[in-house]
Design a protein around this ligand. Sequence first.
Ligand SMILES: Cc1cc2nc3c(=O)[nH]c(=O)nc-3n(C[C@H](O)[C@H](O)[C@H](O)COP(=O)(O)OP(=O)(O)OC[C@H]3O[C@@H](n4cnc5c(N)ncnc54)[C@H](O)[C@@H]3O)c2cc1C
Length: 379
Amino acid sequence: MKKKVDILIIGAGASGLMFASLLSAKNVMVVDNNSNVGNKVLISGGGKCNVTNGNVNSKNYLGNQRFIKNILKRFNQTMLLLWLEKRGLVPIVRKNHQYFCKDSAKELLDVFKKEIPSKSIELNTKVKEVKKNGDIFEVLTSKGRIEANKVVVASGGLSFPILGATNIGYEIAKSFGHEVRTLSAGLVGLTLQPEQFFFKSLSGIAIEVKITVDRKELQGALLFAHKGISGPVILDTSLYWQKGKIIIDFLPTLSLLSLKSSKKYLSRTLGLPSRVAKTFLNELQIEDKASNTLNSEEWKKLEKLKTYDFAPAGTFGYSKAEVTKGGVSTDEIDASSMMSRKIENLYFLGEVLDVTGELGGYNFQWAFSTAFVCAEGIE
Ligand SMILES: Cc1cc2nc3c(=O)[nH]c(=O)nc-3n(C[C@H](O)[C@H](O)[C@H](O)COP(=O)(O)OP(=O)(O)OC[C@H]3O[C@@H](n4cnc5c(N)ncnc54)[C@H](O)[C@@H]3O)c2cc1C
């Protein structure tokens, strides 16, 4: 195939689909290496897609705060919800201000499919390289060359290669002289050191904990998993964890002082599931007995449950990560249009940029906000 279009969008994921919806009247083509659009959207949020969050703030993101603020104020969560509502989709708040599709993430894809003419979407088309000859971009794909006046890179990050993720966005950026900040898996489970392998015997159990990581305090559910630790609070921890120690308070709502006079057995007073309590008492070599009979050495050992520190060995990797940390430096992107400051008519949207949101709908909001800003800024 040799085609010529005005605007070529690389990636039919969250940001690419939103952008194409906003510009459907123009001569736009979206290419994607998958056989369907929005594969990641479909499985996101447990199949219901956590579209956005009622409280979106630049502080919910890693990245250049000024840049992020500028983008979010142009298309915030209220504007997104209104835009969706006008197209018949009214997401519902389920927990922690998180907005989900009512029954299925398909509802969101249906909105995009209605907005984008099907002839504008080329599936099973993998982009391999982008060059610029004079004013025209030449895009080399698995199905031949496409010429475009403008190229919008909406190809996402490296997470979930099984859903089509590739490094093409970063390669395009580098080939045009952009800085790509160090990439790593984010919103992902953490693996353990041998001293913590006993956690694995608790696989499948979730408990509420407080975690301190890089001077940030996070509270939420930790899930003991076969490969290590996961669950919402660990996914968020992975955003702030580089290497080094994290501190876990396994008893975030309990003051140990309150147990000093209790005649109840420790395993029943800690407020932990019995198996968890017994496993930790065993590991800390504390006898399970009436709390008021503990000696000072045992109290000291018990305090470890409130300040359990260790250095995770690593992460579960991109095959399990929800996002990629790092990416195309926002220093070289114009926040009024998402256009490269280095190459005219080259744009970057969504996760490929060096901006990463916490768990809770922030990453889709980022994808949609960048798409909106670009659609307004592109001429
Ligand atoms: C399991 C899972 C659950 C998630 N749940 C949520 C959630 O509920 N809420 C939330 O806010 N965020 C969630 N996220 C994160 C969110 O999905 C991403 O941040 C968001 O999709 C990024 O949008 P994007 O448009 O930048 O990239 P993507 O949506 O990843 O789209 C990129 C597209 O580009 C295509 N592509 C890649 N390389 C090429 C190539 N070489 N040629 C052609 N096409 C290519 C890909 O196939 C893909 O379709 C989740 C992520 C995962 C993995």
